[in-house]
Design a protein around this ligand. Structure first.
Ligand code: LIP
Length: 266
């Protein structure tokens, strides 16, 4: 398969997985477990949808690696790894809020965000009826329309962000929001990093910043932003909760300046 074909496979599986997630939500949500904290939940649908994705990929791409939120990592022999969040925005999903997505990316090289090369990705928001796709060197797309990152207006940047599941992290995260507000017109907290990054790629957000994301939260969305002409950077990589920032170049660089200055001041 070439990159475009890999992208088509990611999109096709994301559509099937999103339909399954939406169907299961309509039948009611069954909590399967909590993970890092009481707020960090996994539903039976998370597990079922990831298994659906895993089965499809094993059938189509048996030699590729897999790196999923719920079932962990399995090395492949092809040099490609599929990085999967079956339901990104799990808490939204559990509460019946439509802002959740299936995020599927295929990367080349080590399954390490600092070392892999994104090849293709798909973010499907089934309730919103939107499938965002990107292929390396081929741009980022939404329903046949090419995406391009936005830029801040004189009113300031519309920024997305999020907060960790651990209540002990909230004070620090809120302090960073206060610092970043100096460049913002407003902030949105969608609850799905994959949707946040898709919106940056689509110009619906001017930028995004969040600490503590997992590789599966942003693997597809980061490629969308890059292919839409934006920049994505991980900061404080040695910390237990690295910061991810994304946006058009000017917004990205202003975010980076504020966040790095905060790090020096703390
Ligand atoms: C979520 C992210 C979101 C973040 C949440 C959570 P999950 O991923 O997409 O941006 O703020 O805390 O990490 O857990 O729903 O897959």
């Amino acid at each position: 398969m070439n990159d475009v074909e890999l992208g088509a496979l990611a999109a096709d599986i994301a559509l099937e997985a999103g339909a399954r997630a939406k169907q299961r939500r309509s039948e009611g949500v069954a909590l399967a477990a909590t993970k890092s904290s009481l707020a960090d939940i996994v539903t039976e649908a998370d597990r079922e949808v990831e298994q659906l994705i895993r089965d499809r990929l094993h059938a189509e791409r048996p030699d590729d690696g897999f790196f999923g939120e719920e079932s962990g990592a399995e090395a492949g022999t092809s040099g490609l790894t599929w990085v999967v969040d079956p339901i990104d925005g799990t808490v939204n999903y559990a509460y019946g809020i439509g802002a959740y997505s299936v995020s599927i990316a295929v990367v080349q090289g080590e399954p390490d965000p600092q070392r892999w090369q994104g090849i293709a990705g798909a973010v499907n928001a089934p309730v919103l009826g939107e499938l965002f796709t990107a292929v390396r060197g081929e741009g980022a797309w939404l329903s046949g329309s090419r995406l391009s990152v936005g830029e801040a207006t004189a009113a300031g940047a519309l920024l997305g962000t999020g907060f960790g599941y651990d209540p002990a992290t909230h004070e620090g995260d809120l302090a960073m929001v206060r610092r970043v507000m100096t460049m913002a017109r407003d902030v949105r907290r969608m609850g799905s990093a994959a949707i946040d990054l898709s919106y940056v790629a689509a110009g619906r957000l001017d930028g995004y910043f969040e600490r503590g994301l997992k590789p599966w939260d942003f693997a597809a969305g980061a490629l969308l932003v890059q292919e839409a002409g934006g920049a994505v950077t991980g900061l404080e990589l040695a910390s237990p909760r690295p910061m991810l920032i994304a946006g058009g170049r000017a917004v990205h660089d202003r975010l980076r300046g504020i966040i790095e200055a905060a790090g020096r001041a703390d």
